[in-house]
Design a binder for this molecule. Structure first.
Ligand SMILES: NC(=O)c1ccc[n+]([C@@H]2O[C@H](COP(=O)([O-])OP(=O)(O)OC[C@H]3O[C@@H](n4cnc5c(N)ncnc54)[C@H](OP(=O)(O)O)[C@@H]3O)[C@@H](O)[C@H]2O)c1
Length: 331
């Protein structure tokens, strides 16, 4: 095991974020009951913000990056996990305040670990990663609030992103009429291939002129972008519609009114994948392995080798990436 390769995010003497490959040893890993030989990790937008310093994501320097990891248990002080078990660990403090998935080995608390569910292999688990987990969690939260295919169409904003693409695929196979809102006209065929029944271009909507209540169109909504677009989503919801607020790709602000909530009974549901308790985490991963398993995971995903990781983040920061990126570490 010693030494092993890790992508470490640190600060220089001017507190500028610097990151690169280093050799690490087992005694440098953080505390935890479960030690894992990492097979795959992935890149989320948050990982790119952390690795480049474009966002203040890292809460403890130095820190091995990578909020997602999966692999095989090599050592466990918790009876729930045995050497050889295939496991997934995402979110919590992983890759931000606890050494993460961009290393050949990781050690994490047992409470952060989920057994790989039957129906998924390790590669698929990371093709989904935090993006897939979050999309699924949003869908589960909307279903728990009464959303069903018969209620009407579901709109997905930020459609070509990791969360958006996976949400479209999952909703379509559940039988929903999915409308994809995108800024990328050239990706209409891709979104239809994933299962979108209709494509709405952002350029077709004047977001400056959205009234508190507009024509009611959506029974459900997965919002990845926030800001004016979330205001538009709320204003166009049908009676008793449910909105899963997932992201802030456009803005962390919303300037809106309570009218959709008090005159149409719309529910605005918050979705936080970070600190979800074990029973819900397990339930969501089991759905990701069964009825929510995307049919087009291969088309949504590209794979890069560990050595290519340092050069991969800029494309995320500049919005040049489509879908999901898996990092092959020790597979
Ligand atoms: N709540 C949670 O636990 C959680 C977990 C994971 C991710 N997130 C957040 O969810 C969001 C989506 O994540 P992701 O991994 O899918 O990100 P991503 O791959 O970067 O995709 C974001 C998409 O949003 C759209 N977009 C980007 N900039 C925009 C702008 N200025 N105005 C309008 N639309 C814009 C683009 O899609 P189109 O061009 O197709 O519109 C883009 O592909 C991010 O904000 C991320 O931080 C939250």
């Amino acid at each position: 095991m010693n030494p092993f390769k890790a992508f470490v995010i640190d600060q220089d003497e001017n507190r500028k974020v610097v990151a690169g490959m280093r050799a690490m040893s087992a005694d440098q890993l953080d505390a935890g009951e479960v030690t894992i030989r990492v097979h795959y990790s992935s890149i989320n937008y948050k990982d790119a913000l952390a690795a480049t310093g474009a966002g203040k994501i890292i809460r403890r320097f130095p820190c091995v990056g990578g909020i997602d990891l999966c692999g095989e248990v090599v050592d466990s002080a918790d009876a729930r996990f045995q050497p050889g078990d295939k496991v997934i660990a995402t979110s919590f403090d992983i890759g931000v305040a606890h050494h993460g998935g961009y290393a050949e080995y990781a050690r994490v608390p047992a409470g952060w670990v989920v057994p790989l569910p039957a129906g998924l292999d390790l590669f698929e688990a990371m093709a989904l990663g935090t993006a897939g987990f979050t999309a699924a969690l949003g869908i589960v939260r909307m279903e728990d609030n009464g959303l069903a295919p018969a209620n009407g169409p579901v709109v997905v904003t930020g459609a070509t992103g990791g969360v958006g693409a996976l949400a479209i695929d999952m909703l379509a196979q559940l039988g929903y009429h999915v409308v994809a809102l995108t800024g990328k006209e050239a990706e209409a065929d891709y979104l239809e291939m994933l299962g979108a029944a209709e494509i709405l271009l952002r350029s077709s909507i004047d977001f400056d002129k959205v009234r508190p209540l507009e024509a009611a169109r959506w029974a459900g909504a997965v919002d990845n972008v926030g800001g004016q677009i979330l205001h538009w989503v709320l204003a166009t919801m049908k009676q008793a519609g449910t909105v899963a607020s997932i992201g802030n790709a456009a803005s962390f602000k919303i300037d809106t009114t309570v009218f959709p909530l008090i005159l149409r009974g719309v529910s605005l549901l918050g979705v936080d994948s970070g600190y979800m308790g074990f029973p819900t985490r397990l339930r969501v991963w089991e759905r990701l392995a069964t009825d929510l398993k995307p049919r087009h995971l291969a088309a949504i995903t590209r794979t890069i080798d560990f050595d290519a990781l340092p050069g991969a983040f800029d494309d995320f920061i500049h919005g040049r990436v489509k879908g999901r990126t898996v990092v092959r570490i020790g597979a």
